[in-house]
Structure formats: structure tokens, C-alpha cells
Design a protein around this ligand. Structure first.
Ligand code: SAH
Length: 267
């Protein structure tokens, strides 16, 4: 399956979005030096390419990734979890809901736009207890969404770690779009290689296998009386992860689709 699209070589800007509005794009992906815009038909794409091409450098392209267009369509939608609303762009209009916290996460940058069940369950688990004044460690921060959310939920410090330099760069960029999130920093760190900074809440949205391996390091990073919130666990992996987290009591748990997230309290 091929998706008709155009690559517009420019930074995403209002002028472009306004011009695109007339052509009913089905999805928009903001890339590092261009904006990729998908259309329902090749005819719609060709018409848009002609008109947009008068204002911007445009190349038509057929994108062979079915899942991609679906995800980028989703990425245009804001996501609400409890008090948190994640929007894809700073200028995205968010409904005025009392007590709501709006966070900007650019869809194209790093994993973690809030559209994945594992991320949403973390955002829910992070709101199950107060983070006010707490230190939060986000292991495998991706887009930085959970660290930024922690700061907006009142954490005094939030540290996001990732093994992927692109993720760290995108997390830092997302942080600049969220000036109200203070006390947040991002570092290039492999969870398997280092003792982690001790924190009141450690969040780790990884994989079941990595959580099993990293369990001792993750638990060691939890301050006495603190919590570890893990996600990215397939239902089949739950028992192994709980076994690896021995010494801690499961306090909170959610499942969505094939995924499970759980929070344990350190004795
Ligand atoms: N926290 C975000 C992203 C989760 S995706 C969210 O909840 O949506 C998992 C992230 O873990 C990826 O960005 C990946 O680069 C990172 N990761 C994978 N292995 C890692 C490791 N060994 N150490 C640190 N980060 C790791």
C-alpha cells in the first residue's frame, strides 16, 4: 500500500498549515528539515503539489508505510489523561478546562506522543499519587513526555534518561516548547550501565525483558518509601517482571490491549 504525499522543504509554519487547509490533508508529519503531508488520493496530492508548490519547494512522494499514516493521523489529535492534555503544537487550541495541564509534544520527535497505551498508563499512574516537591526519574524518556508531565504535576526535579541521542535531542526540544516545566533535565544514559540517581518516583516505560534485567538497578534508584512505575509490559511478561521486582509491593495496576503497567512501593 502506497500513500500519496508531498515533502515540503520548510519548517512547519502557520502559512503552510493555512495553505494546506484548503487541500484536506489526511495527516501531517513534521520532520527535521521538511514537512510531509499525506492525502487521500493521488489526484488530491497532485492538486495540492501544484498550488503549495507556488509558495514552497515541494516534492511528490509515495510512502509505502501503512501504519505510518494511521499514526500520524492520530498524532494530529490531542490526548487527555486525567489532568494532562497533550497537544501536538504550541498553537494547538486546547479547551479551557479548569485544572487542566497542557503539554506540547511534537509528534515526529521520539517515541511518546501519548498515543500509545503504555505511555497513557504511565501518565495515569503518575497522577495516582501527589508528585508535589518530589524527584522523578524517567528511564527511557523518548520524547521527554513523562519527565515534562512530572514537572507540570509539581515535581521539584525530573530527570529523563535515554540511550538514544536522537531521543535526548527531541526531549530537549520538546522541553523548550514547555516553558512552564521547570527543573527538568535530560541525559544520555544506558539504564544497564550505571547506578541511577535516587528518586521518589522512578518511571520506566521500556520492555518486559529490559525491565526484568534492569529491575535491581531500577529498585536501587527508588528512595525508601518511594515508588517504581513500570510500563511496556506485555500481559505474558507480567509474572516475570513482578518476580524480578521482588521485595516491592504492587500498589497500582492497569491493563490496556495487550499491555500492563504497574506501580510497586519499595519497603
Ligand atoms: N517514556 C516515553 C518513551 C518510552 S519508549 C513514553 O512513555 O512514551 C522507550 C524508550 O526507552 C526509547 O526512547 C528508548 O530509546 C529507551 N531505551 C531503550 N533501551 C534503553 C536503555 N537500555 N537505557 C535507557 N533508555 C533505553
Amino acid at each position: 500500500m502506497l500513500y500519496p504525499a508531498i515533502d515540503v522543504r520548510c519548517a512547519a509554519d502557520d502559512l503552510l498549515y493555512a495553505a494546506l487547509d484548503d487541500h484536506s490533508p489526511t495527516a501531517i508529519e513534521e520532520r527535521s528539515n521538511s514537512v510531509r503531508v499525506f492525502f487521500g488520493t493521488a489526484e488530491a496530492r497532485d492538486a495540492a503539489a501544484r498550488v503549495i508548490g507556488e509558495q514552497f519547494p515541494v516534492s511528490p512522494i509515495d510512502v509505502p508505510d501503512e501504519d505510518w499514516a494511521r499514526r500520524s493521523q492520530l498524532n494530529l489529535q490531542p490526548i487527555a489523561v486525567g489532568r494532562i492534555l497533550i497537544v501536538p503544537r504550541p498553537e494547538f487550541p486546547s479547551p479551557p478546562v479548569p485544572d487542566q495541564i497542557t503539554i506540547v509534544i511534537q509528534p515526529s520527535m521520539g517515541f511518546g506522543t501519548g498515543h500509545h497505551a503504555t505511555t497513557r498508563m504511565c501518565l495515569e499512574g503518575m497522577q495516582a499519587t501527589s508528585l508535589r516537591g518530589k524527584v522523578v526519574l524517567d528511564v527511557g524518556t523518548g520524547s521527554g513526555v513523562l519527565a515534562i508531565a512530572a514537572a507540570r504535576l509539581g515535581a521539584a526535579r525530573a530527570i529523563g534518561l535515554d540511550v538514544d541521542l536522537d531521543a535526548i535531542q527531541s526531549a530537549r526540544e520538546n522541553l523548550t516548547l514547555n516553558p512552564e516545566a521547570s527543573g527538568v533535565s535530560f541525559e544520555l544514559v544506558d539504564v544497564r550501565a550505571m547506578p541511577l540517581p535516587v528518586s521518589d518516583l522512578v518511571v520506566a516505560n521500556l520492555t518486559g525483558a529490559l525491565l526484568v534485567r534492569a529491575a535491581p538497578a531500577l529498585l536501587a534508584a527508588v528512595a525508601p518509601g518511594g515508588r517504581l512505575l513500570v510500563s511496556g509490559v506485555l500481559k505474558d511478561e507480567r509474572a516475570d517482571v513482578v518476580r524480578a521486582l521482588r521485595g516491592a509491593t504492587v500498589e497500582w495496576e492497569r491493563s490496556e490491549d495487550e499491555w500492563t503497567a504497574l506501580a510497586v512501593k519499595k519497603r
